[in-house]
Design a binder for this molecule. Structure first.
Ligand code: SAH
Length: 309
């Protein structure tokens, strides 16, 4: 969809890009095609799309996928998505819901709860006394199976969505997502430049940048350039984190003192006695003067395991 067609679609439907929902529509056909290609979507695949908006990317996904489930927060897009569903009755389902509020595990294999799909005005019917989150589900044929995530979402929720997907009990096979260029570069960084987000991603999969997407490929154009980030998740966990909660507690407390040397953060942020810190660092062969971004993932794992609760 080029920019003129997009403007037409928006005008005809009385829509305007809503800044607070991070609505920047991708109007570059090649970039849209590259996202779908990067995701490697096959007829047997179930795709979870976040933030379909007017359905421009959705339409391309529908041409390739076995099934597409899209979650859109802005109810204004309901008529457009419903129109898209008319042409794709068999392989498309969409929900108006906040992806940050959705329980992804429920989507993929829950048998309880219900959605009243027959009532178009009542997209999500939940019993609030039973579940807090909207009940959104893949059709039964796709439940408990691999799924791929494709998303062009507001950049301020990228980190949160990634964390949710990566920590889901049933993790996606892959995540193909548009992010701010700097964020994508940050995520694929190597030891020496690692961050909490980079580590959180690299623990579970292999991130790579497919290509950058300049700001003028969007309407309205955002202030920053973007990149297509593709993460293939490991089928079996690559690392044994031990106590996962403890691992992230240690990681986050240490990164809270990003500029500080590791021996100081361990003492101050984690309140460990000096002798214990010295012992742990010498056992793990981590230099006391190193700063958190310099440690490799394996070192964080070793370090966290040595720290007692
Ligand atoms: N996929 C379209 C639209 C991208 S704009 C394209 O590529 O052109 C980002 C979309 O994400 C908008 O439709 C916006 O309403 C939606 N969105 C924003 N926050 C969301 C949330 N928390 N959950 C689901 N969708 C969200």
């Amino acid at each position: 969809m080029d920019i003129n067609r997009l403007k037409n679609v928006l005008a005809r439907n009385g829509l305007r890009p809503n800044f607070t929902y991070g609505q920047n529509f991708l109007v570059d056909e090649n970039a849209l095609d590259d996202i779908v290609k990067a995701a490697g979507i096959k007829k047997s695949d179930a795709v979870l799309e976040i933030g379909p908006g007017i359905g421009n990317l959705t339409e391309k996904l529908l041409q390739r996928a076995g099934f597409v489930l899209s979650i859109e927060k802005d109810p204004k897009f309901y008529p457009l998505l419903r129109a898209l569903k008319k042409n794709h009755r068999e392989n498309f389902r969409f929900e108006i819901a906040d992806a940050l509020e959705v329980d992804f595990l429920e989507i993929l294999n829950n048998q309880s709860g219900y959605i009243d799909y027959r009532n178009p005005d009542l997209q999500i019917a939940t019993d609030p006394s039973v579940r807090k989150h909207p009940q959104i589900r893949m059709p039964s044929a796709y439940q408990g199976r691999d799924y791929k995530v494709v998303a062009n979402i507001p950049y301020y929720i990228t980190g949160k969505i990634l964390q949710t997907l990566l920590n889901a009990k049933i993790k996606p096979q892959s995540i193909t997502i548009l992010t701010q260029k700097e964020v994508a570069e940050n995520i694929i960084a190597k030891a020496g430049d690692l961050s909490v987000l980079a580590i959180s991603v690299q623990l579970y999969g292999r991130p790579k940048i497919i290509r950058t997407v300049p700001a003028d490929s969007f309407y309205p154009a955002p202030k920053v350039d973007s990149a297509i980030l593709q993460i293939d998740l490991y089928k079996k966990p690559k690392y044994d984190l031990g106590d996962e909660k403890k691992f992230f507690r240690v990681l986050k407390s240490c990164f809270a003192g990003k500029r500080k040397q590791i021996h100081n953060t361990l003492q101050n942020n984690l309140r460990l006695p000096k002798e214990q810190v010295e012992k742990i660092l010498s056992e793990t062969k981590i230099s006391p003067a190193s700063r958190p971004q310099e440690l490799a993932i394996e070192q964080w794992i070793e370090l966290a395991k040595k720290i007692k609760d």
